[in-house]
Design a protein around this ligand. Sequence first.
Ligand SMILES: [Cu+2]
Length: 140
Amino acid sequence: MITRFAAALIALAIVAVSCGAPADSAPADSQVVAELADYKITVNVPSVKAGKVKIGVRNVGTMEHSFQVLKTDLPPDKLPVDGASAKAKEDGKVGEIASIPAGKSAAVNLDLTPGKYVFICNVAGHYQLGMHTGFTVDAP
Ligand SMILES: [Cu+2]
């Protein structure tokens, strides 16, 4: 009885430690930092000047996410979705990070032209659950 209780306590402690571990930080030279949570994307700045841009992406969620950069005038929550794959259509894609494991960070270097963009996670179903945000690239 005591042994079983102790084992349960140890198991709880392990879960607490793994949940409390902070996500990797994004590369320090990123001009833009996006955070992927379970089911939303937040960005540290709403816009950036056109040109070469390094976007650091932190997955602070509990599961794998992806990061797609689409150049589009559509509102972030109005991209067409393919019913069969449960993924948003990636028209206008200018770059991506195909997979970022939970708790990890990655970066993508892009040469961005002025206009409106949408950042999404396109793991099946995640776009529809809210993993999208708008972003603007201003004329240099
Ligand atoms: Cu996702």
